[in-house]
Design a protein around this ligand. Structure first.
Ligand code: NAD
Ligand code: TDX
Length: 366
């Protein structure tokens, strides 16, 4: 039985990972550590029982003493590190929190892990620090460039990407210098349930249902590789069980799309769902689809993101051949599942968009 610390476990991917892990390895003990920033949400862990399924620690990874105590108190032997500031637009306007959490916070966790796992007696017999990173550390691609592989040189362009690149280097250095048993995965754009509606796909769905404009940056030609979040969770599991210590693995969705095509695809699917299920018109009267107007009418081209990376693409050949990784979800089914989930979980996204979740948080967590 492992004692797993999942940092950022109340965020989008972290929470999906906790659901995935609990289902697959019910005997493991899970400690969810999360600061509950705007992106963290206890409702993301709905369906799991606090105390019996997981323990929750409300703490900041920037607090070094708290991190070291946590490792000792819970006798952690495995870390899966998701906690981060994750939104590129926020990093462009306010980079400081990205440096604090993504760089200093990651270093504090590594230092705590080293102290408890390597420097003191009575350490767990085996340990693992898995670091969750991004394809954005590799920079941007032109149309005909080969996809990013694990040896592509780092060239991060946004403050977010630079902070993640710094954290990746620190993880690598703690392995090389001290022998900490680490693995790292760099993945492409995730989508699926519980994603905060500031990222492209959930933002477009919420705006389409509430009749707000669909802001497409620049000309919408930018390309991302889309990965359904459950495939990412399986990929991490494979890296943790079969990956070589000290190595990095790319995890992708084999699914490159231009932003404008994604937005149009979401619009068409929402139109079709409203046509098939007229009851949605009652629940979402402000949606254009409620009165038969094409959702595409909400698309608005807006000023481009500063330094906007044009294309990301993942070459996942190493994960495929060494770990047996392959994404299962097609974009077609993944997007339908995500739209259905948003339609069925209106209270979840309303509570994070109208501020009522923050009010609840302030009365329940200091
Ligand atoms: P998210 O923003 O939804 O969640 C981040 C979580 O970390 C939140 O629960 C937040 O409260 C918590 N957190 C933030 N600062 C903290 C701190 N100082 N101490 C403790 N907890 C803190 O992010 P996500 O989309 O779930 O991303 C998870 C990880 O995956 C990140 O490391 C991100 O860089 C990486 N990643 C994400 C994507 C993507 O498409 N979303 C793609 C590649 C990599
Ligand atoms: O309103 C929007 N309009 C728009 O055109 C938003 C929010 C985004 N976009 C564009 C910008 C990007 O080209 O859509 C694309 C995707 O944007 P985001 O959802 O913000 O994701 P991205 O910037 O690609 O970064 C994501 O993938 C890599 C995650 O946020 C990162 O955490 C991850 O590391």
């Amino acid at each position: 039985m492992r004692k797993l610390l999942v940092t950022g476990g109340a965020g989008f991917i972290g929470a999906n990972f906790v659901h995935y892990w609990k289902e697959k390895y019910p005997d493991d003990e899970i400690i969810v550590l999360d600061l509950l920033t705007y992106a963290g949400n206890m409702a993301n862990l709905q369906g799991l029982e606090r105390e019996s399924d997981y323990r929750f620690v409300h703490a900041d990874i920037v607090d070094q003493d708290a991190m070291t105590s946590l490792f000792v108190e819970h006798r952690i032997d495995t870390v899966v590190h998701f906690a981060a500031e994750s939104h590129v637009d926020r990093s462009i306007h306010e980079p400081d929190a990205f440096i604090q959490t993504n760089v200093i916070g990651t270093h504090n966790l590594l230092r705590a892990a080293k102290q408890v796992w390597l420097d003191i007696d009575n350490a767990p017999s085996s340990h693992r620090f898995h670091h969750v990173s991004t394809d954005e550390v590799y920079g941007t691609l032109g149309r005909d460039d080969p996809a990013f592989c694990e040896t592509t040189p780092y060239a991060p362009n946004s403050p977010y990407a630079a902070s993640k690149a710094a954290s990746d280097h620190l993880v690598r250095a703690y392995h090389h210098t001290y022998g900490l048993e680490v693995t790292t995965s760099n993945c492409s754009n995730n989508y699926g349930p519980y994603q905060f509606p500031e990222k492209l796909i959930p933002l477009m769905i919420v705006n389409a249902l509430t009749g707000q404009s669909l802001p497409v940056y620049g000309d919408g030609s930018n390309i991302r590789d889309w990965l359904y979040v459950e495939d990412h969770c399986r990929g991490i599991d494979l890296v943790m069980s079969k990956g070589t210590i000290g190595e990095t693995y790319n995890i992708g969705g084999n699914n490159e799309r231009a932003n404008i095509d994604i937005v149009k695809d979401i619009c068409a699917r929402i139109d079709a769902v409203f046509e098939k299920h007229p009851e949605h018109a009652e629940a979402y009267p402000d949606a254009p689809a409620a009165n038969g107007t094409p959702t595409e009418s909400l698309i608005t081209f807006v000023k481009d993101r500063l330094g906007h990376d044009w294309r990301y693409a993942i070459d996942a050949e190493r994960s495929e051949s060494e770990l047996g990784y392959a994404p299962i979800e097609s974009f077609d089914t993944g997007l339908d599942r995500t739209i259905s989930w948003m339609l069925e979980n209106e209270s979840w996204w309303r509570s994070v968009t109208d501020g009522s979740y923050r009010d609840w948080l302030e009365t329940n967590y200091d």
